[in-house]
Design a protein around this ligand. Structure first.
Ligand code: EPZ
Length: 424
């Protein structure tokens, strides 16, 4: 098992490039299942555990893949299976993204129900609702979602999502692009990762309009082909690196970004007293002498992202005053709080909101990661905690951050990856 050993107190400085986005890479990789025609070449795919798990799933289904230097090639002409097995889906909830493509391509698929995760249940009812609206019969049996098309092909439909769901929007898009007729998605997710998926599908030959709005109109087409494509940058990784600058009182530039994808987070940094400078695809954060407390509420894009909530909480432990953090997307996404308090933070939890009392001097100790963004939060806290912080079970971190300790080291952090044994 790996841990990260961090000696706090180093002020971060320098320039670092953002990696490709995990949360756009996963649906884009799933969409390669839609067509047997040709070979995809996709660049800026981050080398992450979740990406490698998805590539493993594609191989299990019969696709041929190669992945090197952030370039993924996929050919899905020889698929032999329509089933996403429990062993792989359990490792990564995003495996649910094969539901739409496999149903559209083969008229039948069986996808293991994804488990919950560290921050509560992760339902897939909206994914199933969308497939049923498009003309599939969906049953849940023995822990599997079994979806079959009634007739020869999915049929276009009007799908009105009661809540904004990134995953369900992605699955509905991938199922609708070759359905018979017109599909309208109302209250579609606006996240940049969905916009990226739309542009990838369009390049493959899909007919999608309304991109960048909450109403997407898809005219079904008969044929899609494999294409070359550049994945977008990871806005959550970029936000996390900027948080590392702010929490250490440093000055860091992240390049290769699309600043407007991070506007709500940049605005929060400004309110906290940071100076944000934008030059093309580069975002520079200069820290203030004193961080101001800033209340945030995590909501769907373009509001403050839930995937930055834990990182923001670490930052607010250093702000001069109290701040309130609310998560309207995952009401239980607070597993990082007990560990932050063990480092010396003073954070109260009430229902789905937290009160952070700052500033607090943190002192390093061993802390346990529980999920991807909670582990990022603990790494950030370790960067400013006195003495040494050991963040255990960093396999959670490796799911979503590409070599983050190398990036932080390049910015001046004292952080090392070490092996350790856990008690049986
Ligand atoms: C995506 O998850 C991201 N994962 C998550 O990032 C992110 O936190 C989330 O969107 C919200 O932005 C990937 O893109 C791989 P949702 P997803 O469907 O699609 C409820 C990370 O750290 N819901 O937008 O699963 C759900 O419970 C990960 O990178 C239903 O009720 O999220 C939540 O409250 C964590 N029924 C809300 O919708 C459904 O069928 C938004 O979830 C689906 C979702």
């Amino acid at each position: 098992m790996d841990k990260l050993v961090i000696r706090g107190g180093k002020r971060l400085g320098g320039t670092i490039a953002a990696s490709g986005s995990k949360n756009s890479a996963l649906p884009v990789i799933a969409a390669t299942l839609l067509t047997p025609d040709g070979t995809f070449v996709i660049d800026r795919i981050p080398d992450l555990k979740d990406v490698r798990t998805f590539i493993q799933l594609l191989g299990y289904l019969g696709a041929s893949t190669s992945f090197e230097n952030n370039r993924l090639t996929v050919c899905s002409s020889q698929l032999q299976s329509i089933e996403a097995p429990y062993e792989l889906v359990k490792k990564m909830r995003a495996s649910i993204y094969v539901l739409g493509p496999l149903l559209a391509r083969f008229g039948h698929t069986r996808v293991s129900l994804p488990g919950g995760c560290a921050f509560g249940p992760r339902p897939v009812d909206l994914h199933i609702m969308a497939m049923e609206k498009l003309g599939a019969t969906v049953t849940i049996e023995q822990g599997f979602i079994d979806a079959r098309v009634n007739g020869s092909r999915l049929r276009g439909a009007h799908i009105d999502f009661p809540i904004s769901s990134v995953g369900a929007t992605g699955n509905a898009l991938m199922a609708a692009v070759t359905a018979e007729g017109t599909t309208v998605l109302e209250n579609a997710a606006l996240e940049p990762e969905i916009e990226c998926l739309c542009r990838f599908l369009q390049k493959m030959g899909a007919n999608i309009s309304g991109i960048g709005t909450t109403t997407l109109v898809i005219e079904g087409v008969d044929r899609l082909t494999a294409v070359g494509f550049d994945n977008i940058f990871d806005r959550i990784e970029a936000g996390t690196l900027l948080c590392a600058a702010a929490i250490t009182g440093g000055s860091v530039t992240v390049t290769g970004t699309v600043p407007e994808h991070l506007e709500s987070v940049l605005e929060a940094f400004r309110q906290a007293g940071c100076t944000i400078t934008i030059k093309g695809d580069a975002i520079t954060l200069n820290s203030p002498a004193e961080l101001q407390p800033v209340d945030i509420t995590a909501r769907p894009y373009p509001e403050f992202p839930t995937d930055m909530q834990a990182q923001w909480m670490a930052l607010m432990t250093q702000a001069k005053g109290d701040s309130t953090i609310i998560d309207r997307i995952y009401l239980e996404r607070f597993n990082h709080i007990p560990e932050l308090n063990r480092l010396g933070a003073n954070i109260e939890i009430r229902d789905n909101w937290a009160k952070v009392h700052g500033p607090r001097e943190l002192t390093g100790t061993k802390v346990m990661s529980t999920d991807l963004r909670a582990s990022a939060c603990l790494v950030l806290a370790g960067l400013i905690a006195r003495q040494t912080t050991e963040v255990l079970r960093v396999y959670h971190l490796d799911r979503g951050y590409e070599a983050i300790e190398k990036k932080l080291t390049a910015l001046g952090a004292d952080i090392k990856r070490e092996k350790y044994q856990e008690f049986a």
